[in-house]
Design a protein around this ligand. Structure first.
Ligand SMILES: NC(=O)c1ccc[n+]([C@@H]2O[C@H](COP(=O)([O-])OP(=O)(O)OC[C@H]3O[C@@H](n4cnc5c(N)ncnc54)[C@H](O)[C@@H]3O)[C@@H](O)[C@H]2O)c1
Ligand SMILES: [Zn+2]
Length: 404
């Protein structure tokens, strides 16, 4: 037996294999994608020779409530494009919008069953029209069916158009953890339609602005200054101002995903998750009373003040940014921050451990190094964070409280 084992070891060889895949997708910016003469979707859904291109369509209930004629207009658009052999495999379906969409694994079988019944193949598309949550949930299902159907996304909220809808990730929540299940799977095409931006309610309008402040804080000082200047216009629902912010924010996210060299986050750094260790936790602690963007606004405020504590930025630099968030209508303090665990430790800090696990055991947190530049940290100082939180708590009185 011993001899056999030696022989086996001697015979062992190791060889590395690898490949790289060039992946491309188009981001269209348009107004009114389902106007009969709008061809963004036909550019995304080209029919193979002699066959039809078929799609299943899922629409966020919130988008339908804001634009009740949407399902009818989608039917009309496909009827107009019949000659190009673009077809609905089934009538568009409505998915309950918001985080509830990601809390129910039933979405996998719902989309899966439809794909099975209507015999979708890997050249078929799943068109998802919705906020980040519906895009994440339906996208997760689409990624699993036949190991990945083509995903065409029409993000309908500010946050989805400037962040969630652009990425190469999807996710479902499980065991009280955000995005516990999910895959990396790039989109086939993205269509950012201004009409959806105009139709959203104030809460959805505002939420994505927090992601813009997030990415600007660590990547683009000029954009951050512009956000501070634009805050009153954004608060007054100026569509041109919002569209400009969405366009720049989308560009920064897409640049990062496509050029930073780690689209599938194999390394331990997630710079786009600045402010998110606490945000993800606050979403859960508030039982999703706080939406993602609302939690990110608080998370960014905490991390900016933390950055002041560790000497990365000055209080004077940070204050106009916090004031701009408040002007846009964000509350920068939430009672979920007061919650404590059985040992008396602030419950939000479990977000640090969850973040560490998600990254594979080693903590790397993005921090500004001067506004608009980034330098990660590998250790987290809870006492410094306590001081930052105490400041944030005091600032409550400074900013107008706008109930969202
Ligand atoms: N995959 C990623 O890379 C990524 C990145 C960032 C965030 N996310 C996820 O995105 C989600 C947040 O997305 P969100 O901010 O878009 O919120 P959301 O998807 O929760 O939607 C918020 C609300 O707006 C409604 N809604 C959607 N479109 C509307 C419209 N046009 N008019 C009126 N109401 C509309 C929805 O029904 C919902 O009630 C979170 O689950 C977050 O984890 C994912
Ligand atoms: Zn986010």
């Amino acid at each position: 037996v011993r001899g056999g084992a030696r022989l086996h070891n001697q015979a062992m060889t190791s060889r590395d294999y690898g490949f790289s895949v060039d992946y491309r997708f188009t981001v269209h910016a348009t107004s009114d994608a389902f106007a009969p003469d709008n061809d963004c979707l036909s550019a995304a859904m080209v029919a193979p020779p002699g066959r039809a291109a078929r799609a299943l369509v899922y629409i966020d209930s919130g988008a339908v409530a804001a634009m009740p004629d949407l399902p009818r207009r989608i039917h009309t658009w496909f009827a107009t494009h019949e000659a190009q052999r673009l077809r609905l495999a089934a009538a568009p379906e409505i998915v309950d919008g918001g985080e509830i969409a990601k809390n129910d694994l039933g979405i996998l079988d719902r989309v899966g069953r439809a794909a099975f019944d209507h015999r979708l193949c890997r050249h078929s598309s799943v068109i998802t029209i919705g906020g980040g949550a519906v895009l994440d949930a339906v996208g997760c299902a689409a990624a699993l069916i036949h190991r990945g159907l083509r995903q065409i996304r029409l993000p309908t909220t500010t946050l989805a158009q400037c962040d969630a809808g652009l990425g190469v990730k999807n996710g479902l929540n499980r065991f009280g953890a955000k995005n516990f299940y999910g895959t990396f799977s790039p989109p086939w095409a993205i269509i950012n339609d201004r009409r959806f931006l105009a139709a959203q309610d104030d809460r959805a309008w505002r939420a994505g602005i927090a992601e813009a402040v997030k990415v600007a804080s660590i990547k683009d000082a000029e954009f951050l200054a512009e956000l501070v200047t634009l805050a009153p216009l954004l608060a007054a629902r100026d569509l041109d101002a919002l569209a400009a912010v969405v366009a720049r924010c989308a560009e920064l996210h897409l640049d990062h995903i496509t050029t930073a060299g780690d689209p599938f986050e194999q390394g331990s750094s997630r710079p786009l998750d600045f402010g998110h260790w606490s945000a993800h936790r606050l979403e859960i602690l508030s039982r999703h009373r706080l939406g993602h963007g609302e939690a990110v606004a608080i998370g960014v405020a905490i991390d900016l003040l933390y950055a002041v504590q560790i000497g990365r930025v000055t209080r004077a630099e940070v204050e106009p940014v916090l004031a701009a968030l408040a002007t846009c209508g964000f509350r920068l303090w939430d009672e979920a921050l007061e919650l404590r665990d059985a040992e008396g430790r602030r419950a939000v800090y479990a977000g640090i451990e969850q973040f560490r696990e998600h990254l594979g055991g080693e903590l790397t947190l993005a921090m500004p190094d001067g506004l608009g530049r980034r330098k990660d940290i590998g250790t987290f100082d809870e006492e410094a964070c306590e001081r930052a939180l105490a400041q944030l708590r005091r600032l409550r009185a400074t900013y107008p409280v706008i109930v969202s």
